[in-house]
Design a binder for this molecule. Structure first.
Ligand code: ASP
Length: 430
C-alpha cells in the first residue's frame, strides 16, 4: 500500500460517507479492531490490518465510485448520445466507448438474455426494418445481427456480395447508402475496404453499424468478446483489471483483434502477449493506441511463451483473403492452439476464444477441434453472446432500451434446454 494504513482507511470512510461504527459493520470487523488499525503508525497499540481486509475495502470503494459514475452518466442523457459518431447514432469503431459506456451496454445485454435464451419474447422493434448489406463473406455476423433484430420484433432485408448488388453496375457508396436509407430503419454493413463503412455512414442519418470493414474494425465482435470475457471471468472469480491476455495468429489483418485490444485497453493494468507469425504482427498504430494507457505489451513468435500465464487465449484465423504480397500459406504447426500445448503451457483456468470461423482444412493449423470437449474452450458460448450484445446495440441505437423490460412475454414454443449436442459438457458452468 503506497499510503499509510491510517490514511487509506480514513479516505475510504470519507469516500463511502460512513461513520467508524457503520464502516466497521460494513467491512465485517469489530469496532475495536478498526480503532487499532486507525492509530498512527508507531503508536504502541497500533496493529496492521490483514491483507484481505485491505483488498475488500479497495473493492468496496471502487464499486462505489463506479456506481457514482453510472448515476452521473444516467443524468447526462441516453447512451446513444454518449457513444454517437459525428453526432449520429451509429457504431463504427470501439473508440466510441469508455469503460462506463461499454459496461452500461452490457447491462442492457444482460436484460436481453431471457430473449436470447428463448425464454421470453419482445416486440419493441415491431415495424422497424433492418438492411443487412454484406459485400464480403459472413455467416455469424450477418445471421446474428438479423436474428437479434427479429428477436426484438423487427424485420430484416438482406443483400450479399457485390455480384447481386447495384455496386456491380458501378453505383457509388453514397448513392447506395442514401437509397437504402429510404427503405430501412438501420443498416449493418460489411465491406472489404477499410474505412468504407464510415463512408456509408456519412451518406445517411439512420443508424449504421460496422459489421467489419476490411482489416479495419469489427466493433460488435469486440463487444461480444469483451462481454464473454467478463462473463467467464465472473464465473471463475477473476477480475479483468490486471489480467493477462494472449492473442494468437494473424494480428495484422485480423480486424477482430484490432477492435478487441483497443476495447480491453479501457481496463487497468493488463498484460498482452501477442503471438504472430513473422510478417503478421499487430500494426503499430493499434499498438500505440493500446499502449498509451500503460499496459504491458509483449510480442513473440513462440506460442508456448504466449500461453504461459495467460487468462485468455484469443486465437484467430489467418486472413489469406487480405494478403498482399505475403508468402505465408497459413499457420505452421507451431502456431496451432491445440489440447497438447494448452495442457502443457496454459493455465487450468484459462479461457480459449476465437471469433470464428476457424479454418478446419488440412494444413491450416487453426484452433484445433481436439479442444472441443475442454471446458476452457469458450468459442460457442462466445458466439452465442452475439445475440444479446447485438440486441443491446440495436436497442440503444434505436432508443428502445428502456422499453425492453416491460415488453417481455413468455415464449409459446419449447426450445431445447441445451442448444448444441456438446453443451451438456458445459452444463452448470454457464
Ligand atoms: N468473422 C471474423 C471477421 O469477420 C473473423 C474472421 O473472419 O476470421 O473478421
Amino acid at each position: 500500500m503506497s499510503v499509510s494504513q491510517q490514511v487509506f482507511l480514513r479516505d475510504a470512510m470519507r469516500r463511502l460517507n460512513l461513520t467508524r461504527d457503520v464502516f466497521a459493520a460494513r467491512i465485517g470487523v469489530k469496532r475495536r479492531a478498526l480503532d487499532t488499525w486507525l492509530l498512527p503508525e508507531g503508536s504502541q497499540e497500533a496493529r496492521n490490518m490483514p491483507e484481505v481486509v485491505s483488498r475488500f475495502v479497495t473493492e468496496i470503494v471502487e464499486n462505489e465510485a463506479l456506481l457514482q459514475k453510472y448515476a452521473q452518466s444516467a443524468q447526462s442523457g441516453p447512451l446513444r448520445d454518449r457513444i454517437s459518431y459525428n453526432g449520429k447514432h451509429q457504431l463504427l469503431s470501439v473508440d466510441q466507448f469508455s469503460r462506463e459506456s461499454v459496461e452500461e451496454l452490457f447491462r442492457i445485454a444482460d436484460q436481453m438474455q431471457p430473449i436470447a435464451r428463448r425464454q421470453k419474447v419482445s416486440r419493441v422493434l415491431e415495424g422497424a426494418v433492418l438492411g443487412n448489406l454484406f459485400f464480403e463473406a459472413s455467416t455469424r455476423t450477418r445471421v446474428s445481427f438479423g436474428a437479434a433484430f427479429c428477436r426484438l420484433g423487427g424485420s430484416v432485408c438482406d443483400t450479399t456480395g457485390f455480384t447481386f448488388s447495384s455496386m456491380a453496375k458501378g453505383e457509388s457508396i453514397y448513392d447506395t447508402s442514401r437509397v437504402m436509407s429510404g427503405y430501412v430503419d438501420a443498416l449493418v454493413i460489411r465491406h472489404p475496404e477499410q474505412g468504407s463503412v464510415a463512408e456509408f455512414a456519412e451518406a445517411t442519418n439512420i443508424p449504421v453499424i460496422n459489421g467489419g470493414d476490411g482489416a479495419g474494425e469489427h466493433p460488435s465482435q469486440a463487444l461480444l468478446d469483451l462481454y464473454t470475457i467478463l462473463t467467464e471471468f465472473s464465473r471463475l472469480g477473476k477480475l479483468l483489471d490486471g489480467a493477462h491476455i494472449a492473442m494468437v495468429g494473424d494480428l495484422k489483418y485480423g480486424r477482430t483483434v484490432h477492435s478487441l485490444i483497443k476495447l480491453l485497453a479501457l481496463y487497468r493494468d493488463l498484460k498482452f502477449t501477442l503471438v504472430a507469425p513473422k510478417g503478421l504482427e499487430m500494426p503499430d498504430y493499434i499498438l500505440e493506441q493500446a499502449g498509451k494507457r500503460g499496459h504491458v505489451i509483449e510480442q513473440t513468435s513462440s506460442l508456448a511463451e504466449g500461453l504461459a500465464g495467460a487468462d485468455v487465449v484469443y486465437a484467430t484465423r489467418v486472413q489469406k483473403e487480405r494478403f498482399a504480397d505475403e508468402q505465408l500459406e497459413g499457420y505452421t504447426a507451431d502456431f496451432q492452439v491445440n489440447k497438447a500445448i494448452v495442457d502443457r503451457y496454459g493455465r487450468s483456468d484459462a479461457i480459449i476464444m476465437h471469433p470464428l470461423p476457424r479454418d478446419s482444412r488440412e494444413g491450416a493449423h487453426d484452433l484445433s477441434v481436439d479442444l472441443n470437449h475442454d471446458p476452457r474452450l469458450a468459442i460457442f458460448r462466445q458466439a452465442d453472446n452475439g445475440i444479446p450484445v447485438r440486441m443491446a446495440i440495436f436497442a440503444v441505437l434505436l432508443g428502445v432500451e428502456g422499453l425492453v423490460q416491460h415488453s417481455l412475454r413468455d415464449v409459446t414454443w419449447n426450445p431445447p434446454s441445451h442448444i448444441g449436442p456438446d453443451d451438456s459438457v458445459f452444463h452448470g458452468i454457464d
